[in-house]
Write a protein that binds this ligand. Structure first.
Ligand code: SF4
Length: 323
């Protein structure tokens, strides 16, 4: 079937809907690339209502890209703690260091060279901050395009072609945001409100929108971990995580398996430990089942309030009765 053609009337209708119905969010209306980028990075893995306080806090602490570049990694992670997906914060700081040195690239190609910036984020920042006529396809736009075309399996190249053909070159940033807003507010995954949709007249999926796009089959993998929550003279034993999703943050000793090996107990000077239950925690593609053990260490210890901790480590401390 041929692609659905976006007519000038429907373009006007979608933009009019966006102008009247869009949520007033603090990053709307700005063309400051730093603010646009920060909002996009936060929204990559976080819902709008959860992202809002982090956006405000982050800007209050680091109001410019230069302020972020001047901050240490631990300071940045401290403000980000709780938002999850900490690699985003580390890459944002690396990006700031580069932009503070070399200035902002003014188009999508240049933005793609920055640390942590993928095709979607580059197109969003280029269109919103610099007015470049490039289409940005996030999960919301993907769903709208798939439904309007009744396409069960929208491939990246197809999405790029159709989104590019639909783009309104006079207002590319607003156009991209209008499609995203439509996906977030009207063409929602489970209960699309087709009666209120400005694109209803050309939509091929109205009879059964939930069938498009077809759900991806993805099985999250369960992984077993042990964690040691050890009381020590200075508080609780914490260490800086060196790799994985939580690299750069601090946390309790943790390792693969369902119980800590003797070598781990010896390393922290711990005697006998007791099982204190399990904690489940989901990352994007895997789930951890963490077996928590409590005990005492002969030396060391930190005040957990003084270190940037992940949500997982907060759960582990709570399971051990520490917070
Ligand atoms: S008519 Fe319904 S399914 Fe089609 S784009 Fe609008 S909300 Fe989505």
């Amino acid at each position: 079937m041929p692609d659905v053609e976006m007519t000038p009337e429907l373009r006007r209708a979608l933009l009019a809907w966006y102008d009247a119905e869009r949520r007033e969010l603090p990053w709307r209306g700005t063309r400051d690339p730093y603010r646009v980028l920060l909002s996009e990075v936060l929204l990559q893995q976080t819902r709008v209502d959860q992202a809002l306080p982090y956006y405000r806090c982050f800007l209050a602490r680091f109001p410019t890209v230069e302020a972020l570049a001047a901050a240490g990694e631990e300071e940045v992670l401290e403000v980000w703690q709780g938002a999850g997906y900490y690699a985003r914060a580390r890459r944002l700081r690396q990006l700031a260091l580069r932009v503070a040195r070399e200035g902002w690239p003014q188009n999508r190609e240049g933005l793609l060279e920055l640390p942590g910036v993928g095709p979607y984020t580059a197109a969003a920042v280029a269109s919103i901050a610099f007015g470049e006529p490039v289409a940005a396809v996030d999960g919301n736009v993907r769903r709208v395009l798939a439904r309007v075309h009744a396409e069960p399996d929208p491939k990246p190249a197809w999405l790029e072609r159709v989104a590019g053909a639909w783009l309104e070159p006079a207002r590319p940033g607003d156009w991209n945001q209008a499609l995203m807003e439509l996906g977030a507010r009207v063409c929602t995954p489970r209960s699309p409100n087709c009666a209120a949709c400005p694109l209803a007249g050309l939509c091929r999926a109205r009879a059964a929108p939930e069938r498009y796009p077809a759900p991806k089959k993805r099985r999250a993998v369960n992984e077993a971990r042990w964690a040691l929550v050890l009381r020590a003279p200075g508080g609780v034993v914490l260490e800086r995580r060196a790799d994985g999703e939580l690299a750069g943050l601090w946390g309790v000793p943790m390792g693969p398996g369902t119980a800590p090996p003797q070598a781990a107990l010896a390393r922290y000077g711990a005697g006998a430990v007791e099982a204190a239950g399990t904690v489940r925690h989901a990352f994007s593609h895997r789930r951890l089942v963490v077996h928590v053990f409590t005990g005492r260490a002969a030396r060391g210890g930190e005040d957990p309030g003084g270190r940037p901790l992940s949500e997982l480590d907060r759960k582990l401390l709570r399971a051990a009765g520490f917070e």
